[in-house]
Design a binder for this molecule. Sequence first.
Ligand code: PMP
Length: 384
Amino acid sequence: MNSFDERLEHALAKVRARGQWRSLRAAEPGAPGRIVRDGRELIDFSSNDYLGLARHPLLAGRAGEWAARLGAGSGASRLVTGTREAHLALEAKIAAFKGTEAALLFASGWQANAAALPALLAAAPGAAVFSDRLVHASFHAGLAAARQHRFRHNDLAHLEQLLDSRGRDAPARLILVESVYSMDGDRADLAALADIARRRDAFLFVDEAHATGVLGPQGKGLSAGIAGIDCVMGTFSKALGSFGAYVAGSRRLCDWLVNACSGFIFTTAPPPAVLGAIDAALDLVPTMDTERAHLAALAERLRTGLAAQGYDSLGSTTQIVPALVGAEDDALALSARLAEAGLLAAAIRPPTVPAGTSRLRLALSAAHGAGDIDVLLAALGTRA
Ligand code: PMP
């Protein structure tokens, strides 16, 4: 063991002592809306496969066809030899879906956020960033060097107060929000945010990871039809069933990212199989209003049941429905009890969520039936 290994050992011992040890466990696909773990099929309330597309034959089929035609890998980064016609056509299709001038593919949503932010800030050194307290960890990875002001979750009066009092001398100001918050399942008021951004001459960046495919007309996200949003990102890894992400906005924005975004320039272009799956999902998603309505009805059924059983669902209005528990150990115990009853509902605890707000994050899918919600509510029982 060298001295670095000793440090690792010590750091891991601290994680264990804090009760925050995490490890990887395998799970395999089961029937729709189900997952197999330790040889048992469980109803899956923890995956983000909101429309049940992850195993759709059109996605898997097109992924295979494009790999067979174009190869398993794209061979180089986008600016060298990695760009195929398929990348450009898909980016045009994403821009049309999002109603923007242009779009760029990224390897993942995490990478898109972590890489696009520093690139944006490089265009305006010293820019001030105003972010909702609950924005995703990937933003913080890109904001290490930024002047950041965090406003209370979804509290637009607080945002306005900060905009009026902080960073007024900054060369530019950037507001960061999600359209649907990943752990609370509530929404931002994007029309009001666009108005605030316009009045304060700020740039508005919206993460649509959990709205893309699910909300807005034809699943185009909550940004659809709202003028004044400067940059939208989203992932193909959740409702769209596969992998990868996009950043969409003006041609100027995308030109800048192609020229300045390290996480776009210095990484290998997304491979053909991934492009094929995304292309197929973009064909299917606009046609899935029935599935979206079913999903919304399931979420409503769950929220009504949770409220009747004494659980706070933290203002959720989407397919992500938290059941607040509070203490970490209680959330873990409840999750374990549900697993015994045949349900996978992961406990989410600090540091992912604030201390004292450990919860079950119940992620619904159009592959679920009303009966699955009833089984879940019965297993949860009345809040202790
Ligand atoms: N943004 C948000 C709000 C997310 O919840 C996630 C995924 N957990 C990401 C970005 C990252 O997306 P991906 O999984 O595609 O890396």
